[in-house]
Design a protein around this ligand. Structure first.
Ligand SMILES: NC(=O)c1ccc[n+]([C@@H]2O[C@H](COP(=O)([O-])OP(=O)(O)OC[C@H]3O[C@@H](n4cnc5c(N)ncnc54)[C@H](O)[C@@H]3O)[C@@H](O)[C@H]2O)c1
Length: 267
């Protein structure tokens, strides 16, 4: 985002793992750090020039208010922050629905966003859902998220599963990289070499999958030379749809937890 398009004043409430990753990317992409205030009692490390406060200043409100605390903190934050004048509130709280935010915050528009950790390098995914169809507000939300990576609007009924797939997805992908390395190690590779090869293999495979016209299923077949060794390995992953079932169960467990967080925030 060019500095001219940037919001006049942006408050980030919570700059932990995800809020901090978004913050660093925003500053790296050109938002002037002196427009950003972080409100976080944990004294997080922030880019130079970003103001950090332990509490929101009394009677003040920003143009864009971003909530990046744990979902369980929503009531404490709602009590502490005056959102009445904010043009837009953006919440990244897993599970917490727009209606639950609307019942606690008075910002003019509310947008739910689900980023993932790859926003740190501008290669994240950000799902959005808002309570306003106003083109200017939607454009402002998209412009804010664009430096973070791929942005898509999603209907709210699908937000919990999107959170499981793309929000938690980096966690599942890191487990896969780790498991690939551990498999190589179990079969005799030195630990550091196995990890190095697994990381580089997943990096190249992901980049090719992102650029290719073919689906990942076709690309997998391209790796499997007829009568060769990859097919033997794929047969293990494909037997009784083992990998698909494992990942469906994985996403279902995460989706259920998001639904529990949603229910807790409704009450
Ligand atoms: N970590 C991820 O990959 C990820 C991805 C998408 C969405 N999220 C969402 O982001 C939110 C934060 O997750 P996280 O992993 O960054 O957690 P985290 O624990 O790393 O960060 C939370 C931050 O909130 C601060 N905080 C605590 N109480 C506060 C208060 N009253 N006011 C202001 N700040 C306060 C903490 O000091 C900490 O820096 C969650 O709602 C989560 O669902 C996380």
């Amino acid at each position: 985002m060019s500095d001219a398009q940037a919001p006049a004043r942006l408050w980030l409430v919570g700059a932990g793992n995800m809020g901090g990753a978004m913050l660093r990317r925003w500053v790296a992409s050109g938002i002037a750090s002196d427009r950003i205030t972080v409100i976080d009692p944990g004294s997080p490390a922030v880019p130079e020039g970003v103001r950090v406060l332990a509490e929101a200043p009394d009677g003040d409100a920003p143009d864009i208010l971003i909530l990046a605390v744990k979902p369980q903190m929503i009531d404490a934050v709602a009590e502490a922050i005056c959102s009445a004048e904010a043009a837009m509130l953006v919440s990244i709280l897993a599970g917490v629905e727009v209606a639950a935010l609307r019942s606690r915050f008075a910002a003019r528009a509310i947008v739910r966003a689900m980023p993932n950790l790859s926003v740190a390098i501008g290669k994240g995914v950000v799902a959005l859902h808002g309570d306003s169809e106003a083109p200017a507000l939607r454009a402002a939300a998209e412009a804010l998220m664009a430096p973070l990576g791929h942005v898509e609007w999603v209907e709210e009924a699908l937000f919990d599963v999107v959170t499981a797939l793309s929000g938690s997805g980096p966690g599942f992908t890191y487990r896969f990289i780790d498991a690939l390395a551990k498999g190589g190690e179990a079969l005799g590779l030195p630990t550091d070499q196995a990890l190095r090869l697994a990381r580089a293999t997943v990096e190249g495979s992901a980049m090719l999958a992102a650029q290719a016209d073919e689906t990942p299923a076709i690309l997998a077949d391209r790796v499997a030379s007829p009568g060769g060794s990859t097919r033997e390995g794929l047969n293990v992953l494909d037997a009784d749809a083992a990998l698909v079932r494992l990942l469906t169960d994985t996403l279902a467990a995460a989706t259920r937890r998001n639904a529990e967080l949603a229910a807790a925030a409704r009450s």
